[in-house]
Write a protein that binds this ligand. Sequence first.
Ligand SMILES: Cc1cc2nc3c(=O)[nH]c(=O)nc-3n(C[C@H](O)[C@H](O)[C@H](O)COP(=O)(O)OP(=O)(O)OC[C@H]3O[C@@H](n4cnc5c(N)ncnc54)[C@H](O)[C@@H]3O)c2cc1C
Length: 353
Amino acid sequence: MKIFDVIVIGAGAVGNAIARELTRYRLDVAVLEKEQDTGFETSGRNSGVLHAGFNNRPGTLMARLCVEGNKGFEREAALLGISFRRTGKLVTGLTDEDREELQRLKGQGEANGAEGLTILNGEEISRIHPRIGGNWALLSERTGVFDPFEYTVALGEHACQNGAVYFFGKRVSEIRRENVQAEDCFEVTAGGERFRSRWLINSAGLYADEICRMAGIDAYEIRPCRGEYHILDKGCGLDLPLPVYPVPNQKAGGLGIHLTPSIHGNIMIGPSAEYLGDHEREEYDSTKEVMDMLFEGGHQLLSDIKRTDIIRSFAGIRPKLTTKETGGYAVSSLNRNRRRVGLSRWRASSPRD
Ligand SMILES: Cc1cc2nc3c(=O)[nH]c(=O)nc-3n(C[C@H](O)[C@H](O)[C@H](O)COP(=O)(O)OP(=O)(O)OC[C@H]3O[C@@H](n4cnc5c(N)ncnc54)[C@H](O)[C@@H]3O)c2cc1C
């Protein structure tokens, strides 16, 4: 039996960051991960955008941590040795209703303590980039982009270098509470081995509800919500200096299909938002229907995009607590969302060679 002070379940960005932080103290820390490496699930499959904190409800932990984390990220990226660019971000809209929503987002961001938020009109938008359309936009100066996989790996490497012990291929299947020598302990079975600790951290992402249930807590139910992307070839001649989002649809399962320049210089189109069944939490396959829809949407935003510009497609799955009815849309309604983007004037700055 291996005995630790703390066991962290899940080696995604959250588990690795917590393990890294805990290694500042005199604690024996173990990380149990079901996969053979870190970042195989949601942390390695997302837009890689460092948010500024205006999308989150004031007073929530997420809002506070988002603003706090954003402030220190240059230092954090330098410490971790990862690339990061503070690109800024535009959320664009067309109608008066969109403008009101942008004002609301700005107010929400300011209530959260987010800095660098300005409402722009069409002329000001075109000064940032002549081909980005929209009558109104919220400019967030403090948004940035980074490589989420590199980030997750770097967090894990730091934790490991500082003494955390990683066990890969160890899927937690049972948790028991025990009283050992008058101390409350957890006994965790993972990959056929048993581990014991005084504290247990649940950072199991898509399976966090299962881990809760193993520990006797029934309060959570995770609903998987898939987001698919296309990645465009760097050489496709399109120039996108900053992420461009539509005004979010409050009922949607994500922030809307956006265009994001990756830290490596590719443009990503996506993500979609599609609720999956309970047993489809690792259904990362790209689907023809959504791939076609994303291409079509991307093509409407940037008319020079060709199918041959797409070099890769991938999907990530959001572990959501909201249901489809309260916070998500189906594939068939994605087209409606696309029309709200309002970037139809946007064109490639230079044709492909
Ligand atoms: C499409 C999409 C776009 C997104 N875009 C952004 C963005 O631009 N910016 C942003 O900040 N966030 C974004 N997110 C959210 C972000 O990706 C997540 O908040 C973050 O990755 C969550 O990290 P995590 O460590 O909690 O989860 P995960 O990365 O999923 O890590 C959980 C780990 O637990 C392991 N695990 C699960 N069950 C067990 C078990 N029983 N035993 C052992 N190990 C287990 C898994 O294998 C996994 O490695 C996006 C998410 C999606 C899906």
